[in-house]
Design a protein around this ligand. Sequence first.
Ligand code: G
Ligand code: G
Ligand code: MN
Ligand code: NA
Length: 254
Amino acid sequence: HFIESHLRQALEAQEFVLHYQPLVNLRSGLITGAEALLRWNSSERGLVFPPDFIAVAEDSGLIVPIGRWVFLEACTQARRWLNAGLQQISIAINISTVEFRRRDFLAGVRSIIEGTGVDPKFLQLEITESALMQDSKAGASILRELKALGLQIALDDFGTGYSSLSYLKQFPIDILKIDKSFVQDINGGNEDGIIVSAVIGMGNSLKKRVIAEGVENVAQLDFLNALQCEEGQGYLFSRPVPADAFAALLSDGI
Ligand code: G
Ligand code: G
Ligand code: MN
Ligand code: NA
């Protein structure tokens, strides 16, 4: 059980690392992007995953400097890959509701983009419905400013929250990420399959990018392809891997 002081020490000792999971064009199998996923490489405990520390980080406010580190590291890594001659791909970064709501969030994003020189149209910020829930006017205005900077906005875990459909109308959202809980059990005409099919159809009609999460087997891939879901991610293609391993996937293919 972790406490604030452990996380503070981890930040100071630079024990956080990012792993990257490929986003894949489901038809071609080519990599279109990477989702950056935070891990804590603890000298005492080994590799620790977000469910074990994100809540403590949010409650203590440490998610703010941690999130800033994530954003800077992901942008810096994107530059390194470009400098190494690898194709340009989009980088997806998870943003906690606590970070999103901070008054200085936009200024931080702006300064990291300027400092690293990444092209913001290749950055996608993954937010969840809870980031937009409390104060929708403020949320919409933050999203509009992010869009003005040129970033892409993805609604993560789509379908698991409360008011998904009205959110599509109210907020400038570019990408829907269908939650893996729906993708896991799609087959033929069952309920999850029908829901996924409806979300893909709606997303395509609204001209959003639709990304299916948690694609683990070929049956799921075939189902998604038949419904014209353009992109996906999941263990079928690759687990989240360290930056070096991701670069190898990018140059050699999956
Ligand atoms: O593989 P995985 O255990 O990384 O991720 C579990 C959860 O942790 C996901 O819901 C993801 O959104 C969240 N998460 C992963 N990396 C980050 C991060 O850098 N920042 C925040 N706020 N959440 C993250
Ligand atoms: O909540 P969010 O979508 O940001 O988190 C992505 C989470 O899903 C990460 O914990 C990642 O490791 C996990 N993940 C990625 N691909 C798969 C998969 O194919 N199956 C399962 N069960 N989890 C996956
Ligand atoms: Mn995510
Ligand atoms: Na998700």
